[in-house]
Every structure is written in structure tokens, then in C-alpha cells.
Design a protein around this ligand. Structure first.
Ligand code: PFF
Length: 443
């Protein structure tokens, strides 16, 4: 049984949106869109978010609230005899691997933050932001310590539990993130040459779309909403029975879309205004944003603030990734939480070391044609998340009793049976088939 609870609906929504909105939206989406052709990618991503993504988010919410259990037991609760708990175990493995490289980027943010206090970031020697990124990431001590610091911050919050740790942090940081983003959008759009970036970001060129683009957009949609990992199952298990699940799901999706839009509108105008390449890869925001801020009055101050907010966006996602692993391991014994959180957190840190070194010492280590960091990202985002998403959708829509689903979904909501049936059809057929089609089109 869940022993801890969200204190309010808004607390839950902000924590869930906090899990959703993170590096995936602010850092990964822009650079993936940049390498996958811009607007067309973004459009497909939006459509997937509003259809397959929302349906799946609701499925996870329903399962978590119905069972009040985390990743493994939720599946056991519904199907005690089957082997469905492997979906939860797959989610725990995916969360472990995901956070291993995600936390590396969290470390970069900290490293930039520390340097920005000295004003070094927005004003590097020769104005070369790429060289600065390379200097930072190639130094194993600097990024290593920052990486560890990121994981320790995550641990310190998650060890306090859902209400006192995760919810409290999310409720302050998410609104602040939103406001600062709005300021940055205005700044970026008023740069000379910004328009070219807006066009690149919003004008779809569908001729650039391939099977790989679709798979990447699907993976990105799951990544952005934290789906396929049972994170949202875990979070909704702490939810009271009277909450309106459809409304909560829409709120999370719309907040994610809003931030995704704003992130694109901050970054692409900056890319074009400063003659940088949109397909630069993971370092995109670390080379573009300092340049954009460098042009502003009080740029260094704004940059520091922005990095603090990025850090919190990244942390609120990291909390959910640790929580999904810790909850099944402590099996309701909250007194074990502190110790288990440290063990899990430090193991994730250890797993992340090769990803961290991929940009420095291990840059020449070829793992099936790419650096280690990118391969772990590919494995998680394009294989484990879609597979988890497929299985969760099938499990919830076919295996949970229809009456239970209907009651759980419609309780506290003014939606009717038509809404429920549309969701059920989407979850039973459209989501699994879409995932299969995209997988097959890859081969
Ligand atoms: N949704 C997060 C982001 O977009 O940054 C990443 C993420 C968190 C993915 C938790 C999956 C997850 F379970």
C-alpha cells in the first residue's frame, strides 16, 4: 500500500509535469528536431503527443490509481498469475539506464552554473562557445564531480519521500521555469535574423520524413511524457480516489507542449541568428544559449538564473526516475527508503561514468558506430521506451477489467462513456499498432 500521498491535485500535476518537462523537452527535443529536419519532426511529435501519448498517459494514471501500487506490484495486483510484472522490471531497467546519461547532462548544467558565477560562460575567450563546451566536458574531474553532485541532490530529495521531497520541490520550480522561459522567448525572437529559425522550427518539410524520423518522434513523445517506464503509474499510485484523471492527463500534456514550443522558440532563432548549425547534437543548448545570453543586457545574470531553472527541471525528472526504482525495492517499508535511495542513486552514477567520459577521455571509443552516451540514449529512447509503452498499453486495456477501467477513468470526471470508449479503442488498437508499424518500418 502507498504510505505517502500528494497533498493536492496541483501538487500531483506539477510533480507529473515536472517529471515530463525536463531535458527531454528543453535539451533533447530541439537537438533531435535539429538533426531530423526541424518543423516536420515537431509536427509529428505534437500529433503523437496528443494522441498516442495522451492515451498512454491516461492508461498509466488509471493503472497506478486503481492498484495504488508501484512498478512491479501494480502488474501483480491485476494479474497475480501472469508474468506481467516484467513490464515493471523493464521500466526499472529503462529508468536506471536513462538516468545514467540524463544525470551526466544534469552535471553539465551544474558545471556551467558554477562557471557562470565567474561570468566565464557568456564571455569565453575568442567568443568560442563550442570550445568552451569541449573544455568543460573533456575534463573528467570537472564533469565527474558535477555529475556526482547532481545525483546527490536527487537522492537528498527522493529520500524524503513523495510529499515532503518530490512535491515540495516541484511546486516551486515549475511555475518559475515557465515564467523565465517566457522572458527568453521574447529575447530570442527579437534577435536579428531570428525569423529563419522560426521558419526552420515551424515550417514542416514532410519530404524529409523517413521511418527513422517517425520512430524518433515516437520515442521522443514517450520520452517527453515519461511514458513506458511506469513512472506515471508510480506517481498516480499516490493519488486520492477522487481526482479527475482525464483532466490531470490533459494538464500534463498541455504544459509539456507549451514548454516544448517555448524551448524551440528560444533555441532555433538563436541558432540562426548566430550562424550556428541546428544539427549540432547534444551540445546544442550549451553552445547556443550562452551565445544568446551573451548578447543581452545582464546576460550573465540571466544565464545563471536560467541554468538554475534548467537544473530544477532536470531534477524534477530525475526524482521520478529514482522513485520508480526505489518504491518496488522497499516494498512499502518506508524506513528503508533512505538507504535504498542512496544505493540506487550511487549505482546510477556509476553506470553513467562511461557516458560522461564519452565527451572526453572515451570520445574515440566506438560502440557500434557511435559514442557510448548516444548508444545508451538510443537504446532507451528508441527501443526500451516504445517497447514498454506497447506492453503497458496492451496490459492496461486488455488485462484490467473493463468495469474497473471505466470506473477509475470516469470517477471525478464529467466525461461520458463515449470518451472512455474512444480511449479504450485507442489503447487497445491504435497505440500498439502505431508502435509496431513504426518498429517494422525501421527494419
Ligand atoms: N520526461 C523527461 C524529459 O522529457 O526530460 C525524461 C523522462 C523522465 C523520461 C522520466 C522517462 C521517465 F520515466
Amino acid at each position: 500500500m502507498a504510505t505517502d500521498r500528494w497533498t493536492s491535485r496541483i501538487g500531483f500535476i506539477l510533480a507529473a509535469a515536472g517529471s515530463a518537462i525536463g531535458l527531454g523537452t528543453v535539451w533533447r527535443l530541439p537537438y533531435v528536431a535539429g538533426t531530423e529536419g526541424g518543423g516536420a519532426f515537431f509536427l509529428i511529435f505534437l500529433v503523437l503527443l496528443l494522441t498516442v501519448g495522451t492515451a498512454l498517459l491516461l492508461a498509466e494514471f488509471v493503472l497506478g490509481r486503481h492498484t495504488q501500487e508501484g512498478a512491479i506490484r501494480a502488474y501483480k495486483h491485476v494479474a497475480p498469475k501472469g508474468q506481467w510484472q516484467w513490464i515493471g522490471i523493464l521500466g526499472m531497467v529503462a529508468a536506471f539506464l536513462l538516468l545514467s546519461f540524463y544525470s551526466v547532462v544534469g552535471g553539465w548544467i551544474i558545471a556551467y552554473l558554477v562557471r557562470s558565477f565567474g561570468g566565464q560562460v557568456t564571455n569565453p575567450p575568442d567568443g568560442d562557445y563550442t570550445a568552451l563546451f569541449e573544455t568543460i566536458t573533456a575534463n573528467p574531474w570537472e564533469v565527474g564531480i558535477a555529475h556526482l553532485a547532481f545525483m546527490i541532490m536527487t537522492i537528498l530529495v527522493v529520500q524524503q519521500g513523495v510529499r515532503k521531497g518530490i512535491e515540495k520541490a516541484s511546486v516551486y520550480m515549475m511555475p518559475a521555469l515557465f515564467i523565465l522561459f517566457a522572458v527568453l522567448v521574447v529575447r530570442s525572437l527579437t534577435l536579428d535574423g531570428a525569423w529563419e529559425g522560426v521558419v526552420f522550427f515551424l515550417q514542416p518539410d514532410l519530404s524529409a520524413v523517413t521511418g527513422e524520423t517517425l520512430l524518433t518522434a515516437l520515442g521522443q513523445a514517450f520520452f517527453s511524457l515519461s511514458l513506458g517506464v511506469s513512472v506515471m503509474v508510480t506517481y498516480s499510485s499516490y493519488l486520492g480516489k477522487s481526482e479527475n484523471l482525464p483532466r490531470s492527463a490533459w494538464s500534463v500534456v498541455l504544459l509539456t507542449i507549451l514548454i516544448a514550443f517555448m524551448a524551440g522558440l528560444v533555441i532555433f532563432p538563436g541558432v540562426f541568428a548566430f550562424d550556428l548549425q541546428p544539427d549540432e547534437g547534444p551540445e546544442l543548448i550549451f553552445t547556443i544559449l550562452p551565445a544568446v545570453f551573451g548578447e543581452m543586457a545582464f546576460g550573465s545574470l540571466f544565464f545563471t538564473l536560467f541554468m538554475i531553472l534548467m537544473l530544477f527541471a532536470t531534477l524534477t525528472s530525475a526524482f521520478s526516475l529514482v522513485e520508480i526504482i526505489v518504491k518496488p525495492l522497499i516494498r512499502g517499508k518506508e524506513e528503508k527508503r533512505v538507504k535504498m535511495t542512496w544505493i540506487v542513486g550511487l549505482l546510477i552514477f556509476a553506470m553513467g561514468i562511461p557516458s560522461n567520459l564519452s565527451f572526453g577521455v572515451l570520445a574515440d571509443w566506438d560502440v557500434f558506430g557511435d559514442i557510448f552516451f548516444n548508444q545508451v540514449d538510443y537504446l532507451v529512447s528508441n527501443i526500451l521506451l516504445p517497447t514498454g509503452a506497447f506492453l503497458i498499453s496492451v496490459f492496461v486495456s486488455w488485462r484490467v477489467r473493463k468495469e474497473d477501467l471505466q470506473e477509475e477513468m470516469l470517477r471525478g470526471s464529467n466525461r461520458g462513456i463515449g470518451f472512455f470508449n474512444t480511449w479504450l479503442f485507442t489503447s487497445r488498437y491504435i497505440v500498439p499498432i502505431a508502435i509496431l508499424v513504426v518498429f517494422i518500418s525501421m527494419i
